[in-house]
Write a protein that binds this ligand. Structure first.
Ligand code: NAD
Ligand code: AKB
Length: 317
């Protein structure tokens, strides 16, 4: 029987991935943990504990006491926040991952780990269009450097200790349940809230800046598919490229206008513009498609329709 620990469960991905894992493995077998209390549907449908991933002693006690067999480690400082406190972000992102990798090495019951990487592993010298799985990687942000170093550590532990740690380079994720956690792609979530609340949005990303994105339902489906695949099908032992949809702020605004004709977008780029410009515009995910059947269902139109209708329900009741 699988017993799953989700770390960072109250965040944008964790608040949805935990519920999806509970559907598969049973509510009582999926332990949601975070530094902060999670939303009601997390705390009321299964175990929820306050746990700091940096506290390695409590972490190992928790894993042994609850007979954990799989870990999903989602806690991290994202790109925008990381630039404000680079050394702190580096420490949190790397020390937490190394805690988990070492736990997987030491505790025999743990037979699978998931840790997300990001399109932030790519940098200004990477080919921008249809970025291949294997290419130049010279990230210029502390977040990207930590994700690239993380990928190398994941591959090292997989090979050296014969472990099964799996990873995906998520693009910017778009969802309505939990607001985004301090990244560069957050504009593409904020825009929907502001469109519904005020009919207008001031974008911190400039017109013409195309970035790879994905609707959360597709990202959760991809994560479950990767984690469920037989190990022998996986040709990548670091992190898989993942691709959903690519768009610019004005393309997203035009799609929103189809539902809210008076919606207005304006532009006031900040420090995150430079981060966005260092990342790819689109990603080649053919290896993920071949190895474990990545299948994307949401295009820009379908995603916009769902986001607007769910956020309208959330805000206006
Ligand atoms: P988020 O910021 O929304 O959530 C992270 C959660 O981790 C938060 O709830 C936070 O309270 C918790 N946390 C922080 N420090 C902790 C600690 N010391 N101990 C325990 N919990 C702690 O982030 P997210 O968007 O859900 O991202 C999850 C993972 O996916 C991260 O590794 C991120 O880099 C990666 N990722 C996210 C995206 C995206 O668009 N959301 C894209 C690429 C990669
Ligand atoms: C961010 O913008 O930092 C994240 C990511 C793409 O990793 N959404």
């Amino acid at each position: 029987m699988e017993r799953i620990l989700v770390i960072g469960a109250a965040g944008q991905i964790g608040s949805e991935l935990t519920l999806a894992l509970r559907k598969v493995y049973g509510n009582e077998n999926v332990f949601a943990t975070d530094l902060r209390i999670g939303p009601k549907d997390l705390t009321e449908t299964g175990p929820f504990h306050i746990l700091d991933v940096m506290d390695d002693k409590r972490l190992i006690h928790f894993v042994i006491r609850h007979k954990i067999t799989q870990i999903y480690h989602l806690a991290a400082v994202l790109s925008g926040n990381a630039e404000k406190l680079p050394l702190q972000a580096w420490h949190i992102n790397m020390a937490s991952l190394l805690n988990i990798l070492d736990l997987a090495k030491e505790v025999e019951d743990i037979h699978k780990v998931f840790w997300p990487s990001s399109i932030a592993v790519f940098g200004p010298s990477t080919p921008k269009v249809n970025t291949p799985q294997l290419t130049i990687m010279e990230p210029s942000t502390v977040y990207g450097i930590s994700k690239l170093a993380g990928e190398r550590w994941v591959e090292y532990y997989n090979h050296k200790y014969n472990l099964d740690i799996r990873s995906i380079r998520y693009p910017g994720l778009i969802s309505y349940k939990t607001e985004a956690g301090g990244g560069t792609t957050d504009y593409a979530v904020e825009i929907f809230y502001e469109a519904v609340r005020n009919g207008a949005y001031e974008s911190f990303i400039k017109q013409g800046t195309e970035m790879p994105m994905m609707y959360m339902e597709d990202a959760i489906d991809a994560t479950l598919k990767l984690m469920d695949s037989p190990k022998e099908n996986l040709s990548i032992s670091s992190a898989y490229n993942l691709a959903g949809i690519s768009f610019t702020p004005e393309q997203l605004a035009a799609e929103i206008k189809k539902h809210l004709p008076d919606f207005k977008i304006s532009y006031k780029p900040d420090f995150r513009q430079q981060i966005a410009e260092s990342w790819p515009q689109s990603i080649d995910a053919s290896v993920a498609k071949n190895d474990w059947g990545l299948n994307v269902k949401f295009d820009l139109a379908k995603m916009t329709e769902v986001m607007l209708s769910e956020i309208t329900k959330k805000i206006k009741g």
